[in-house]
Design a protein around this ligand. Sequence first.
Ligand code: GTP
Ligand code: MG
Length: 200
Amino acid sequence: MKVVSAEFIKSATEPSQYPEGELPEVAFVGRSNVGKSSLINAITFRKNLALTSSTPGCTRLINFFKVNDQISLADLPGYGYAKVPVASRRAWQPMIETYFKRRKSLKTVVLILDVRRYPSEKDIDLIHWLRKYKIIPIIILTKTDKISKSQAKLRQHQVKEVLGLTTDPILFSTRTGEGKDTIWGAIQNSLAAENPHFIQ
Ligand code: GTP
Ligand code: MG
Protein backbone atom coordinates (compact mmCIF):
# COMPACT_ATOMS: atom_id res chain seq x y z
CA MET A 1 0.00 0.00 0.00
CA LYS A 2 1.21 3.50 -0.75
CA VAL A 3 1.41 5.36 2.55
CA VAL A 4 0.62 9.01 1.93
CA SER A 5 0.02 10.07 5.51
CA ALA A 6 0.61 8.50 8.89
CA GLU A 7 -0.09 10.24 12.16
CA PHE A 8 -0.26 9.54 15.86
CA ILE A 9 -3.78 10.07 17.18
CA LYS A 10 -3.68 9.40 20.92
CA SER A 11 -2.86 7.02 23.75
CA ALA A 12 -5.48 5.29 25.84
CA THR A 13 -5.93 2.79 28.63
CA GLU A 14 -9.73 2.47 28.64
CA PRO A 15 -12.64 2.62 26.17
CA SER A 16 -13.70 6.18 27.05
CA GLN A 17 -10.28 7.31 25.79
CA TYR A 18 -10.26 5.34 22.53
CA PRO A 19 -10.46 7.55 19.43
CA GLU A 20 -13.93 7.91 18.02
CA GLY A 21 -14.78 7.22 14.42
CA GLU A 22 -15.48 4.30 12.21
CA LEU A 23 -12.11 3.68 10.55
CA PRO A 24 -11.36 -0.05 10.39
CA GLU A 25 -8.71 -0.85 12.96
CA VAL A 26 -5.71 -3.18 12.89
CA ALA A 27 -4.18 -4.12 16.27
CA PHE A 28 -0.57 -5.24 16.73
CA VAL A 29 0.13 -7.65 19.58
CA GLY A 30 3.02 -9.78 20.81
CA ARG A 31 5.65 -10.24 23.46
CA SER A 32 7.46 -7.21 24.87
CA ASN A 33 10.44 -6.22 22.79
CA VAL A 34 9.45 -8.42 19.85
CA GLY A 35 9.29 -5.36 17.59
CA LYS A 36 5.62 -4.30 17.34
CA SER A 37 6.29 -0.57 17.40
CA SER A 38 9.26 -0.96 15.03
CA LEU A 39 7.04 -2.84 12.59
CA ILE A 40 4.46 -0.03 12.65
CA ASN A 41 7.23 2.46 11.85
CA ALA A 42 8.55 0.26 9.04
CA ILE A 43 5.24 -0.30 7.27
CA THR A 44 4.33 3.39 7.54
CA PHE A 45 7.82 4.46 6.38
CA ARG A 46 8.21 6.66 9.47
CA LYS A 47 11.22 6.48 11.78
CA ASN A 48 9.60 7.57 15.01
CA LEU A 49 5.86 7.34 14.62
CA ALA A 50 5.69 4.69 17.34
CA LEU A 51 8.25 4.87 20.14
CA THR A 52 10.64 1.94 20.26
CA SER A 53 13.30 0.86 22.73
CA SER A 54 15.75 -1.93 23.34
CA THR A 55 14.30 -2.10 26.89
CA PRO A 56 11.20 -4.33 27.06
CA GLY A 57 7.99 -2.70 28.27
CA CYS A 58 8.44 0.48 26.22
CA THR A 59 4.81 0.68 25.10
CA ARG A 60 2.58 0.75 28.18
CA LEU A 61 -0.57 2.32 26.78
CA ILE A 62 -2.60 1.56 23.69
CA ASN A 63 -1.33 3.96 21.04
CA PHE A 64 -3.54 4.77 18.08
CA PHE A 65 -2.34 5.89 14.64
CA LYS A 66 -4.09 6.74 11.41
CA VAL A 67 -2.82 5.87 7.92
CA ASN A 68 -4.04 7.68 4.77
CA ASP A 69 -7.12 8.73 6.76
CA GLN A 70 -8.35 5.22 5.94
CA ILE A 71 -7.00 2.73 8.43
CA SER A 72 -6.51 2.96 12.17
CA LEU A 73 -3.57 1.13 13.76
CA ALA A 74 -3.42 0.21 17.45
CA ASP A 75 0.01 -0.49 18.96
CA LEU A 76 -0.60 -2.58 22.07
CA PRO A 77 1.73 -3.05 25.03
CA GLY A 78 3.61 -6.35 24.98
CA TYR A 79 3.39 -9.26 27.41
CA GLY A 80 5.50 -11.98 28.91
CA TYR A 81 8.72 -10.27 29.84
CA ALA A 82 9.83 -11.00 33.37
CA LYS A 83 11.91 -7.82 33.68
CA VAL A 84 8.94 -5.58 33.02
CA PRO A 85 7.73 -4.15 36.38
CA VAL A 86 4.99 -6.16 38.08
CA ALA A 87 2.57 -3.21 38.05
CA SER A 88 2.71 -2.91 34.25
CA ARG A 89 2.41 -6.65 33.85
CA ARG A 90 -0.73 -6.68 36.02
CA ALA A 91 -2.22 -3.75 34.13
CA TRP A 92 -1.76 -5.52 30.79
CA GLN A 93 -4.45 -8.16 30.98
CA PRO A 94 -7.49 -6.03 31.86
CA MET A 95 -6.39 -3.29 29.45
CA ILE A 96 -6.00 -5.69 26.52
CA GLU A 97 -8.98 -7.86 27.36
CA THR A 98 -11.23 -4.82 27.52
CA TYR A 99 -9.81 -3.55 24.24
CA PHE A 100 -10.60 -6.81 22.40
CA LYS A 101 -14.04 -7.06 23.95
CA ARG A 102 -15.10 -3.49 23.43
CA ARG A 103 -13.38 -2.12 20.35
CA LYS A 104 -16.12 -2.39 17.74
CA SER A 105 -14.02 -0.99 14.89
CA LEU A 106 -11.32 -3.67 15.39
CA LYS A 107 -11.17 -5.67 12.17
CA THR A 108 -7.78 -7.37 12.11
CA VAL A 109 -5.21 -8.55 14.64
CA VAL A 110 -1.53 -8.90 13.71
CA LEU A 111 0.44 -11.16 16.08
CA ILE A 112 4.19 -10.68 15.94
CA LEU A 113 6.60 -13.43 16.92
CA ASP A 114 10.41 -13.46 17.03
CA VAL A 115 11.58 -15.74 14.20
CA ARG A 116 14.35 -17.10 16.46
CA ARG A 117 11.98 -18.42 19.14
CA TYR A 118 9.23 -20.96 19.24
CA PRO A 119 5.85 -19.43 20.06
CA SER A 120 5.71 -19.16 23.87
CA GLU A 121 2.94 -20.46 26.07
CA LYS A 122 1.71 -16.87 26.32
CA ASP A 123 1.63 -16.49 22.54
CA ILE A 124 -0.33 -19.71 22.23
CA ASP A 125 -2.68 -18.72 25.09
CA LEU A 126 -3.30 -15.44 23.29
CA ILE A 127 -4.13 -17.23 20.02
CA HIS A 128 -6.60 -19.50 21.83
CA TRP A 129 -8.07 -16.58 23.69
CA LEU A 130 -8.51 -14.59 20.47
CA ARG A 131 -10.30 -17.58 18.97
CA LYS A 132 -12.91 -17.24 21.68
CA TYR A 133 -13.61 -13.80 20.30
CA LYS A 134 -13.64 -15.33 16.81
CA ILE A 135 -10.41 -13.61 15.82
CA ILE A 136 -7.77 -15.35 13.69
CA PRO A 137 -4.62 -13.21 13.73
CA ILE A 138 -2.23 -12.56 10.86
CA ILE A 139 1.09 -14.06 12.08
CA ILE A 140 4.39 -12.28 11.44
CA LEU A 141 7.85 -13.73 12.16
CA THR A 142 10.11 -10.74 12.70
CA LYS A 143 13.86 -10.07 13.03
CA THR A 144 14.69 -12.37 10.09
CA ASP A 145 17.93 -10.39 9.64
CA LYS A 146 19.24 -12.20 12.74
CA ILE A 147 19.26 -15.64 11.10
CA SER A 148 19.99 -17.13 7.69
CA LYS A 149 17.37 -17.31 4.94
CA SER A 150 17.23 -21.11 5.16
CA GLN A 151 16.77 -21.02 8.95
CA ALA A 152 13.98 -18.49 8.51
CA LYS A 153 12.24 -20.70 5.94
CA LEU A 154 12.52 -23.68 8.24
CA ARG A 155 11.10 -21.70 11.15
CA GLN A 156 8.28 -20.43 8.97
CA HIS A 157 7.34 -24.02 8.21
CA GLN A 158 7.65 -25.11 11.86
CA VAL A 159 5.53 -22.26 13.18
CA LYS A 160 2.89 -22.97 10.57
CA GLU A 161 2.73 -26.59 11.76
CA VAL A 162 2.87 -25.83 15.47
CA LEU A 163 0.09 -23.25 15.28
CA GLY A 164 -1.94 -25.21 12.73
CA LEU A 165 -2.08 -22.28 10.31
CA THR A 166 -3.60 -22.52 6.86
CA THR A 167 -1.26 -19.90 5.38
CA ASP A 168 2.46 -19.25 5.85
CA PRO A 169 3.40 -16.82 8.61
CA ILE A 170 4.94 -13.70 7.05
CA LEU A 171 8.73 -13.27 7.29
CA PHE A 172 9.69 -9.70 8.19
CA SER A 173 12.64 -7.55 9.18
CA THR A 174 12.89 -3.84 9.86
CA ARG A 175 16.55 -4.03 8.88
CA THR A 176 16.07 -5.48 5.40
CA GLY A 177 12.51 -4.33 4.74
CA GLU A 178 11.56 -7.91 3.87
CA GLY A 179 7.85 -8.55 4.20
CA LYS A 180 6.45 -4.99 4.26
CA ASP A 181 4.41 -5.39 1.09
CA THR A 182 3.20 -8.82 2.13
CA ILE A 183 2.02 -7.41 5.46
CA TRP A 184 0.03 -4.66 3.77
CA GLY A 185 -1.38 -7.22 1.34
CA ALA A 186 -2.54 -9.43 4.21
CA ILE A 187 -4.02 -6.45 6.06
CA GLN A 188 -5.83 -5.20 2.98
CA ASN A 189 -7.21 -8.66 2.15
CA SER A 190 -8.40 -8.98 5.66
CA LEU A 191 -10.06 -5.56 5.69
CA ALA A 192 -11.66 -6.16 2.29
CA ALA A 193 -13.24 -9.43 3.38
CA GLU A 194 -16.81 -9.31 4.58
CA ASN A 195 -15.91 -10.61 7.97
CA PRO A 196 -12.14 -10.44 7.75
CA HIS A 197 -10.26 -12.48 10.27
CA PHE A 198 -13.26 -13.25 12.36
CA ILE A 199 -14.64 -16.77 12.29
CA GLN A 200 -18.30 -16.77 11.23
P1 GTP B 1 7.23 -3.17 23.80
O1 GTP B 1 6.68 -1.84 23.44
O2 GTP B 1 8.17 -3.14 24.96
O3 GTP B 1 6.21 -4.23 23.94
O4 GTP B 1 8.21 -3.65 22.58
P2 GTP B 1 7.92 -3.67 21.02
O5 GTP B 1 7.40 -5.02 20.65
O6 GTP B 1 7.12 -2.50 20.57
O7 GTP B 1 9.42 -3.61 20.43
P3 GTP B 1 10.19 -2.38 19.77
O8 GTP B 1 9.59 -2.06 18.44
O9 GTP B 1 10.33 -1.28 20.77
O10 GTP B 1 11.62 -3.05 19.44
C1 GTP B 1 12.38 -3.69 20.44
C2 GTP B 1 13.83 -3.82 19.99
O11 GTP B 1 13.92 -4.72 18.88
C3 GTP B 1 14.44 -2.50 19.51
O12 GTP B 1 15.78 -2.45 19.97
C4 GTP B 1 14.38 -2.62 17.99
O13 GTP B 1 15.41 -1.87 17.32
C5 GTP B 1 14.61 -4.11 17.79
N1 GTP B 1 14.01 -4.61 16.53
C6 GTP B 1 12.71 -4.50 16.15
N2 GTP B 1 12.50 -5.08 14.94
C7 GTP B 1 13.71 -5.57 14.55
C8 GTP B 1 14.16 -6.30 13.38
O14 GTP B 1 13.41 -6.62 12.44
N3 GTP B 1 15.48 -6.64 13.36
C9 GTP B 1 16.34 -6.34 14.37
N4 GTP B 1 17.60 -6.76 14.26
N5 GTP B 1 15.95 -5.65 15.47
C10 GTP B 1 14.67 -5.28 15.56
MG1 MG C 1 6.18 -1.06 21.63
